[in-house]
Every structure is written in structure tokens, then in C-alpha cells.
Design a protein around this ligand. Structure first.
Ligand SMILES: Nc1ncnc2c1ncn2[C@@H]1O[C@H](COP(=O)(O)OP(=O)(O)OP(=O)(O)O)[C@@H](O)[C@H]1O
Length: 309
């Protein structure tokens, strides 16, 4: 039997009166990169901490290969905590070696893993420096190395991309892709939705401690419906307001972005645009993940009881 899935099943968690998780449910399959997105305070970090066992749930269960996760399973998870967890005064190499040994690697394998990951992540020149002497971005590269040196079976990364320069983002993305290709389930949280859209096989959108949408990027985008992008330079504000089946979503680089209901007449929109003057661009496209996210997350935020940090 090889049901290599990390299942998060109906997790609940309260902090006093704050409901942090309310039936959080999703799964991440082996070899899949899963993007975990949601507004501040939606419950992503709480979920990841519960997966790791650094926080106990009030209810629900986390399973790996169909079995509730034990401390032994948890020691095989590579974790990058949001608050980061490196010892500032310890040298990079010593720290990574210590972590690898702590997870049971022998001295030789630990040394090889530290070499491999510091080189891969471009911090090999800093191996003899104290962590606190590194820039924040380089500390983050070391933090990723710390999640990887013990050759984990599962990767759980809390905002691994925040604060990284574009080159580091590429390196991090490539590493996550490789790990997934090796058959590891990879879950990471992020507010950088363009990156999530590029990198993830599936995406889960969380609101107020509950998963509100979970699917492939393509399916999620398709569920957001179609949009029209119209560039009519002489049109005044509000030119499209009131057109049947049309909602004005905003303006993007001078183009009006319109959402179309199913069956709405795009030719009537074109005629309305032409009535204002020349039309330089008129294109259909599917919603981006960012637009869908705004739509899903703002749906009933006022009734959700969400307590933002
Ligand atoms: N230690 C704590 N004590 C009290 N409330 C907490 C604590 N940790 C989290 N919360 C609350 O639980 C909810 C979920 O927080 P969590 O950190 O899981 O959200 P998040 O999705 O990771 O947010 P962000 O994107 O800002 O990191 C929030 O309302 C938060 O204020």
C-alpha cells in the first residue's frame, strides 16, 4: 500500500475567543507542490505548526500514508518555521551539521549534506560565519538548507520566499521542483500569488481557518470566469458601468478589466467601447489567481470572525 499523501483532516484550534482553525481539511500528494494561501491571520501558520507537532490541535487529525503522524514521522519532515529558528551566534556550517546529526545522519553523510546544500543555495562561502552576520536573505537560504540537510520525506515551508532576491527565488523554486520530482510532498505558504501560480500543482485558499477553494491553478482560474481587457484611451471613468452581465473589476495599465457573466454579450461591450472613441485593445482572458483570491477571500470576510494580526 502506498497512499503517499499528507492529509490534514478537520483541524480545529482556538486561542481563547479566537477561532484560528475551523475544520481545516486538505491533502498534499507525494510529488506535488501545494501552495497554501490566505490573508493575514487566516490560519496557515497554525496549520503548519500542528502538522509539525509544535502545536496541538483541539480536534482533527494529520495523517501521512494513512496513519496519524507520530513524533517519528515528524522527525522526517523538513520544516521552515515562519519565525525562523536558527541560533544567531552559531556558525552556519556547525549549525547545519548539528541539525543533520540531530536527525540521525552519521558524521560523513552530515558533512556531505551540508556541503551539498550550502553550495546549492549559494552560501558555501559563509559556512564559517555566525548566522547573525549574514543578510536576512542569506539567513533564509541557510534556513532552507536546515530544512533539507536531513533528507526529509515531506517539506513544510512557512513563507520561504519572503524577502528573497529574484535569484534566490529562482534557486528556491528549482529546489522545490526537484524535491517534488523525487516524490516528496511540498507545502508552502506565500503571499506572492504570481509565484504560487507559476510553481504550484495545486493551491488551497484559506479564509478564517477554513479551506474555501482547493484545486489546480487552471481549475481555480477557470472557476473565476472570463474577463475582458479593454483599452479605450478616450473613454471616461465608468463607461462600462451598467452594461448587462458585466462587472467592472478595475483598471490595469490603462486597460479596463471587466468580468463577464456567462452568456454576456462581449460585442455589446465592444460597441460601448467604440462609442467612446478608438479601441486599441480588446482581449478575453481568464482571471488571474490574484483576482480570484481577492474575490474568494473578500466574499464574506466581515462575517467570518477573522481576527487579523
Ligand atoms: N499564539 C497565539 N495566541 C493568540 N492568537 C493567535 C496566536 N497565534 C495565532 N493566533 C491567531 O490565530 C489566527 C490564525 O493565525 P495564523 O498565524 O495561523 O495565520 P496566518 O494565515 O499564518 O497569517 P499570516 O499570513 O499573517 O502569517 C489569527 O487570528 C491569529 O491572530
Amino acid at each position: 500500500m502506498s497512499d503517499r499523501r499528507l492529509e490534514v483532516d478537520a483541524l480545529s484550534k482556538r486561542y481563547g475567543d479566537t477561532v484560528a482553525l475551523d475544520g481545516m481539511t486538505f491533502d498534499v500528494r507525494a510529488g506535488e507542490i501545494f501552495g497554501f494561501v490566505g490573508s493575514n491571520g487566516a490560519g496557515k501558520t497554525t496549520t503548519m505548526r500542528i502538522i509539525l507537532g509544535v502545536l496541538a490541535a483541539d480536534g482533527g487529525e494529520v495523517r501521512w500514508t494513512g496513519v496519524p503522524v507520530s513524533q517519528e514521522t515528524r522527525s522526517r519532515i523538513g520544516y521552515m518555521p515562519e519565525e525562523r529558528g536558527l541560533y544567531p551566534r552559531m556558525k552556519v556550517g556547525e549549525q547545519l551539521t548539528y541539525l543533520a546529526r540531530l536527525h540521525g545522519l552519521g558524521a560523513e553523510r552530515a558533512a556531505a549534506a551540508v556541503r551539498e546544500w550550502t553550495e546549492r543555495l549559494g552560501v558555501q562561502a559563509r559556512i564559517g560565519d555566525e548566522v547573525q552576520k549574514l543578510s536576512l536573505g542569506n539567513q533564509q537560504r541557510v534556513q532552507l538548507a536546515a530544512a533539507l540537510v536531513h533528507d526529509p520525506e515531506i517539506l513544510v515551508l512557512d513563507e520561504p520566499f519572503s524577502g528573497l532576491d529574484p535569484v534566490a527565488v529562482d534557486v528556491m523554486s528549482q529546489v522545490l521542483r526537484e524535491k517534488a520530482a523525487e516524490g516528496i510532498p511540498v507545502i508552502f505558504s506565500s503571499h506572492q500569488l504570481d509565484l504560487v501560480e507559476r510553481l504550484c500543482d495545486r493551491v488551497g485558499i484559506v479564509r478564517a481557518g477554513t479551506m474555501v477553494a482547493c484545486d489546480t491553478v487552471d481549475e481555480l482560474r477557470a472557476s473565476g470566469g472570463e474577463e475582458l481587457l479593454v483599452h479605450a484611451p478616450d473613454a471616461g471613468e465608468g463607461w462600462a458601468v451598467g452594461l448587462p452581465g458585466v462587472t467592472v473589476r478595475g483598471v490595469e495599465n490603462g486597460r479596463t478589466v471587466l468580468a463577464l457573466d456567462e452568456g454576456a454579450d462581449d460585442q455589446a461591450v465592444l460597441a460601448a467601447a467604440l462609442a467612446t472613441g478608438p479601441v486599441r485593445e480588446f482581449a478575453r482572458r481568464r482571471s488571474t489567481l490574484t483576482e480570484l483570491f481577492r474575490h474568494v477571500v473578500s466574499a464574506d470576510a466581515t462575517t467570518s470572525g477573522e481576527n487579523e494580526k
